[in-house]
Design a protein around this ligand. Sequence first.
Ligand SMILES: Cc1ncc(COP(=O)(O)O)c(C=O)c1O
Length: 361
Amino acid sequence: MSRAFNFSAGPAALPEAVLRQVQSELLEYKNERASLMELSHRGQAFIDCAAQAERDLRDLMGISDDYAVLFLQGGATTLSALLPLNLARPEQTVDFVLTGHWGEKALENMKPSVNVNVAATAKEGSYRSIPARDSWQLTKDAAFLHYTPNETIHGVEFHDTPDVGDVPLVADFSSNILSRPVDVSKFGVIYAGAQKNLGPAGVTIVIVRKDLLGKHGRNLPPIFELQNQVKNDSMFNTPTTFSWYVIGLVLQWLKQQGGATAMEKQNAEKARLLYSAIDGSNGFYTNPIELHARSWMNVPFVMANADLDKAFLKESEAAGLLGLKGHRALGGMRASIYNAIPVKGVQALVDFMQDFAKRNG
Ligand SMILES: Cc1ncc(COP(=O)(O)O)c(C=O)c1O
């Protein structure tokens, strides 16, 4: 058996070089005579490994000292519940721009702790676009505005950072963090589950402007208080050490590739290849998203004849192309083409799709 191209939405493909390094260090990490999995998070070996990962993330994203960088547990889902507790007083309002499933889920998670206002939504159009910025009904003095720069299921991505004045922008970057350069200084919080573009499941990256914390006026359990994690370098309790370590390796790999700028170039090319194949198939395949909002990371597509779905999935898997089944909410297919998928992986998918269309069209 050889490794296939894995288009899974998450947990997702990791760079092969990273997996090989993990393999080589699995039994004995550096000179520790034990696996990193077996080492205390309070020991110097892990502390050095953790600190290096933070430094690399700061370098790669240009994160200033005004921001804390956390490596937490609980996934983006838990974070979306913790954010209003930490950033908003109970009587405040949080604005939402909804462009898909994950924004809706974050809203439900925040509802018990703050007032929520849907400033704009693309739901009526089945989440195929991004509402024009001048249509957003913003709340004056909102605690923050939450949006999802890349909606993993619907395949809708913001290609610019929206301008909302002084209201802190809070963004769930789970499925497009480090896929291109982003000006972190425009954000109050960037958060992301690691399991798509950064490493294995288990860590949630949180980049938070320090001055936003500690003003909520609530009596929170200490473990929910993000300031406690800031003060304790994300080790207020035991962190997911192994995932943190693998993320560190992915960050080093990203640096070797040329960082976010190199990823942007490669991701643009991958997206161009795949959307061109879909649009050039004479209707055999379609992607429903408006051009301005098409995701570079997650590309859902359907076939005119849905009876062919099963054959497509079976044959693509046999051809070494994994994880193409669409999300159950939308059906059809979805190719997730995160940083770890090389251009040649997308080319292999496009070749398969063209051949499949020829044989079944
Ligand atoms: C954009 C986005 N937000 C949130 C989540 C949920 O993340 P988790 O399962 O880590 O809580 C996902 C998972 O697919 C996602 O893609």
